[in-house]
Design a protein around this ligand. Structure first.
Ligand SMILES: [Mn+2]
Length: 458
């Protein structure tokens, strides 16, 4: 399991302690959720803040950072654990792998923190929230990271300060996740042909992740209905001429994510209309990537990508009129109704368990306008930040026939739009690292130019 050296976790915990001053903090790993009885469990994924500082998914464990000292509290193994789960790793081995100062059993935790005011972060899962509430002697609501106060809020700010800028160990993991994702997309692209089920392509993709003990970092989207932004189903049979939208990224063995969308033509060629829209989305993707540089405000990348899309749609005759006026009135959201991307790290939408604390710089808040309101990130970029760039074009019936498109009845050429009916949805998404200079595209090995994509499929 251990790939990142203990020294990296020691450095992260020391940085956290520095941010916290004398304030002690307790971070829980979480525990697996039972299905229908205690021993039948959903796959366990540790809380990301814990993983960031410890590196191991130690179910039930808790990390205490108190001044310069880190103590890891582990669940005491049950007598029959060795029977059902094999040999249990020794506390000493875990201490060596994580570099903590001390490993103790969890039943010593209450005594160790008695009389201290301890900061914590709310876990995602109820049982762990109840455990924290009990041990800290105050209410800890699960999934309440968007509304923290006092010491908990300062702990959240400290974690954001650390996790926002990836250290070399984190970047090594993210490059690994991206490399697995390249193999996964390749396998999916090669499995695609008219007559196969979307689910069969999804299986080929996820097999590559599973084979190296990775998992999907989020529910893989593998769909011929790319206009359904978070399509959960993959039950359709791929038809001749379909575009298959694949939004699939790996979480590697250490828990780090990648997040990639490509669009593959089932018949191994794009129609002229598909190609026109594809190239337009690609231009917006490239524009966005080029802007990932220190000091650039992320919202400006979103607006620039939206402008590229609108200029292209005017050029293609789908929209009529002056681009500036259309942008002013919110036309961008008619075919591009989401944000251009988000933070990426241990989580696919990194640190969104803390609400907009990570994504929005202090003093900035989400737009209220449809489309822009879905922008999950509005910070000034800095070296070490990793973001996705994922513009898209979608013909969503609920948008085109609803109140978002209604004000543009005279600006939209529906006859012209009809020519593009073989384009349901196209999104092109890369993972991009902000450096001191030119952006580094972590997912550049996955072809994105239309001709390269077709080549990739054979
Ligand atoms: Mn994404």
């Amino acid at each position: 399991m251990q790939e990142t050296a203990a020294a990296a976790f020691v450095a992260r915990r020391n940085k956290l302690a520095e941010h916290l001053g004398g304030q002690p903090a307790l971070l829980a790993a979480g525990r697996p959720r039972a299905r229908n009885y205690a021993a039948n469990r959903y796959p366990f994924r540790a809380e990301s803040h814990f993983l960031y500082l410890v590196g191991q998914p130690l179910a039930g464990a808790a990390l205490l950072v108190d001044g310069g000292r880190s103590v890891l509290f582990l669940e005491r193994p049950a007598d029959d654990d060795a029977l059902w789960h094999g040999e249990v790793e020794s506390p000493e081995a875990i201490r060596a792998a994580t570099g903590v100062d001390e490993v103790r059993w969890l039943d010593a935790l209450a005594g160790a923190i008695a009389g201290k005011a301890i900061a914590t972060l709310p876990p995602q899962e109820d049982q762990t929230a109840a455990f924290l509430g009990e041990v800290l002697g105050r209410a800890v609501a699960p999934r309440s990271g968007a509304r923290l106060e006092g010491a908990d809020a300062r702990l959240a700010d400290a974690m954001v300060a650390l996790r926002l800028h990836h250290d070399p160990a984190a970047l090594a993991e993210m490059r690994d996740a991206a490399a697995i994702t390249e193999r996964a997309h390749r396998a999916g692209a090669r499995a695609l042909r008219p007559g196969v089920k979307e689910a069969a392509v999804k299986a080929a993709i996820e097999a590559e992740m599973t084979a190296v003990e990775g998992t999907p970092a989020y529910g893989s989207i593998v769909t011929t209905h790319g206009e359904v932004l978070h399509a959960e189903h993959a039950h359709r049979t791929v038809q001749e001429g379909d575009l298959l939208l694949v939004d699939a990224g790996t979480e590697n063995r250490a828990g780090w994510a990648s997040d990639v969308t490509r669009v593959y033509p089932a018949s191994r060629r794009f129609s002229a209309t598909q190609r026109a829209i594809y190239d337009l989305v690609l231009a917006a993707n490239r524009k966005g990537i080029e802007m990932v540089r220190p000091g650039v405000r992320y919202r400006d990348i979103h607006l620039a990508a939206a402008r590229v899309m609108l200029e292209g749609l005017v050029h293609l005759g789908v929209f009529r009129g002056a681009v500036d006026g259309l942008i002013e009135r919110g036309a961008g959201a008619v075919f591009f109704p989401h944000g251009v991307g988000h933070l990426l790290g241990l989580d696919v939408h990194d640190m969104e368990d803390l609400g907009d604390r990570a994504g929005y710089a202090p003093g900035r808040a989400r737009s209220k306008r449809f489309g822009d309101a879905y922008l999950r990130l509005d910070r000034d970029l800095a070296p070490g930040m990793c973001v996705t760039i994922e513009p898209g074009f979608y013909q969503v019936p609920a948008i085109l026939g609803g109140e978002v498109a209604a004000p543009f009845a005279n600006d939209l050429d529906n006859g012209r739009l009809e020519a593009f009916r073989d384009v349901r949805g196209i999104r092109l998404e890369d993972d991009v690292l902000c450096t001191d200079g030119a952006p580094e595209v972590l997912t550049r090995a996955i072809p994105i130019a239309a001709d390269d994509v077709v080549h990739f499929m054979s």
